[in-house]
Write a protein that binds this ligand. Sequence first.
Ligand SMILES: [Zn+2]
Length: 154
Amino acid sequence: MKFTESWSTDSAASRGDTTRPARGDVNARLLERVRAAVAVVRIRQEGLYDRLSQRFHQALDEAGGGGRAAERMAVAKAREELVAAAALTPAQGERLAGFLLRDLDRTDRRRRTGDITASGTLACMGCGFTLKFRDTATIPPCPKCSATGFTRSA
Ligand SMILES: [Zn+2]
């Protein structure tokens, strides 16, 4: 709740929406449509990440679990299946598999704005502000200082 409040307040302020005069209805409507389209793409990518992650867990179970090598093979298998089924383009598969492998690797905690990450907590490297995600999310710029580097703590 606290996150939601500060996020909406700060992002509105940083865009200057409260002080800048309106540029007309057409521009406002166009901007709203662009924002909506961007949100659709973002939510779709997060859904694809979840689908890849689910298939990965199935593949890992089928393989009987294992260490990092087994995880890599299961991610590759999940990616190949979803690309073969045309659920992912090869480029999307590569990108999302990279994010998934990184989330599985507890030693690699660096994250950047625009990355997709599984649920968890990120701390801004600029100001320490923490972002908590209950679901898979696309990382925004820091709502407090606009920095784009984060450390994943959970
Ligand atoms: Zn920050």
